[in-house]
Structures are given as C-alpha cells and as structure tokens.
Design a protein around this ligand. Structure first.
Ligand SMILES: [Zn+2]
Length: 305
C-alpha cells in the first residue's frame, strides 16, 4: 500500500546559519488532490496544475504581509492553455487551467509530458502588495516543466539565484498520491561555497515527488538539500487549497461590467449565473439585484467625487 498523504498540506522553511541560503519545502499532496476533485483533471493536467500550485504556494509563503497575494501564470501555446495559480502569504493556493482534460503521451523520459502541455510562451509573476499597481515580473517559458521555468524566472527577472523543483505522482486510477517541491534561494552576500554545496546536493537527489511518495519527510528532504551546511529550521505550517470567492464579490464584478455587456446579460430577464473559475461554486443573481448593485456603485462614486 502506498503511503496515504495527510488531509493537510504542509510548508517547512529553513535557513542556513550563516544566512547564505533559505529553503522552502512543500508537501502539496492534499492541495493537488483537492484541485483534481474540483477541476476533474486528466493525468497530464493533474501534473501541470499540481506543479504550478506547488510552486505558487512556496513563492506565496515568501510574501511579507497578510494581505499580499501572488499570482503565477503560464501563458504557453500548448494544449493546457493558460494556467493560473494564486497564493496568499501563508501559502494557501487556488488555481485553474483552460483545459483540465489535456492528456498527452509520456515524454522521452517516460514521464507525464508537462512541458508539452504548457508549450512555449511566457510566465508571469504578479505580486499584489496592496499598492496602487501590482508588481509584475515576466520571463520566457524555458522547458514548460514548471520548476525549470520558475528557476529561470528568478534568475532573469529578479536576479535571485534559485533552484525550484516540483513534482506530482499520479497513480493508475488517476489519483495524485504524492506531490511537492522545494525552493532554494541564495540570499544577498551569500558566499560561493554555499552555491557549490547546494548545487552538488540537489543534482544528486531523487525527484521530490519520488522522495515524498516513498515516505521521506520534509525535514529529511531539507537535510539532503542542505547536507554539509549548518542550518536552522525556521517554521512549519499547514497550507491548503483555499478559494476566497463570495457572492458579494461576484455581484460587485457583474455590476462593474460595461453598460452594453450588462444589457446583453440581462436581456432575457432570466437569472444571471456565474461560476467561480477556482472552486466551481455557482452564484445566481436576478437582473434586479445586479441593477440595484450598479446603482449603489454609481451613488458611491458620486459621493466620492
Ligand atoms: Zn471560488
């Protein structure tokens, strides 16, 4: 029997004692299982979305303030279409992809062909830090395997030497039985030996999903990546697949549509239905509700002028 992942996913963080490097580890098995259930993903799609969710969770956990959020978006030309994942500063994530039924033959290495599903294009990292404009970084998609692309993004766009590894194991019943990753970053002033040690360690490690699948703990995976370095465990916390949608938020979005779009939507007088892209929840409004919300918004705008 294969190890059963806990209901909760987990993030563990550690930092080298000399301050040269930090590592974020994530066991995202429960998150990816939830995502599979919501989006009914095919095997290849499970790996695509699962890897992206894992990367977004780890990147999100590096945000500073409780209201900050991070969006990791892949705009590739492959059959997966757009892949969008959003994380809060605690690493709680949600995500969707245009084509959750994408299924490809295995790649040359016999693995799920995530790179083929993503294709060529760009990836975007959008940090909403509560300022007027969000901070947007972009980088070309390198292999489409997600981990490589995030690694390249940090090098190209943020000049932070980074290693990102993410992996998802899917069993024959199309169930995710192990998913996770780690993100290692050199910190300003890091000495060269730290980079050399980490590079050597990481190149000798098994894939992170294989390690999790065979029951290796997050603490042990960090110990492998930081072998030969002194380090301290920083913290450990639960993360989950969390959607923040609400009826009020969708009503407000509908009321903000342009006049002609809104007219078209309520032309037949029937109820207006919207579905959340991230969690599939349905929200139904009467045309009167939408129009009342629009009037309210107009009034508020006038009062603010
Ligand atoms: Zn939702």
């Amino acid at each position: 029997m294969i190890k059963t992942a806990s209901e909760r996913s987990l993030v563990i963080r550690a930092i080298s004692t000399d301050g040269s490097a930090r590592i974020v580890f994530c066991d995202s098995t429960a998150i990816v299982r939830r995502a599979c259930g919501i989006h009914k993903t095919a095997k290849t799609a499970t790996a695509v979305l699962g890897r992206a969710l894992t990367a977004a969770s780890m990147m999100g956990s590096l945000l500073k303030d409780s209201d900050d959020s991070l969006t990791l978006r892949f705009d590739g030309d492959g059959p997966a279409g757009h892949v969008v994942c959003v994380s809060d500063y605690k690493g709680n994530v949600r995500g969707y992809m245009d084509n959750p039924s994408v299924e490809l033959p295995p790649n040359k290495a016999g693995k799920l062909d995530v790179g083929g599903a993503i294709g060529k294009g760009s990836l975007y990292v959008i940090r909403d830090l509560g300022l007027k404009e969000p901070y947007v970084g972009a980088s070309p998609i390198v292999t489409g395997e997600i981990g490589d692309d995030v690694t390249a993004y940090f090098a190209n766009s943020e000049q932070v030497p980074t290693v990102c590894a993410v992996g998802v194991r899917v069993d024959r019943d199309n169930m995710c039985f192990a998913s996770g990753g780690f993100l290692i970053q050199l910190l300003p002033g890091a000495d060269d030996t730290a980079a050399e040690i980490i590079e050597k360690n990481v190149s000798g490690m098994k894939s992170v999903s294989e390690l999790i699948a065979s029951g290796v703990s997050g603490d042990e995976i960090i110990a492998q990546a930081f072998f030969g370095m002194e380090y301290e465990m920083f913290d450990e916390f639960d993360v989950g697949y969390v959607c923040k949608c609400s009826r009020g938020r969708y009503l407000s979005a509908l009321a903000s549509l342009g006049q002609s779009d809104l007219d078209e939507l309520i032309a037949d007088g029937g109820p207006v239905e919207t579905g959340c892209m991230f969690c599939g929840k349905k929200y139904v409004f009467t045309p009167a509700e939408v129009l009342a919300e629009r009037e309210k918004k107009k009034k508020e705008k006038k009062e603010n002028e």
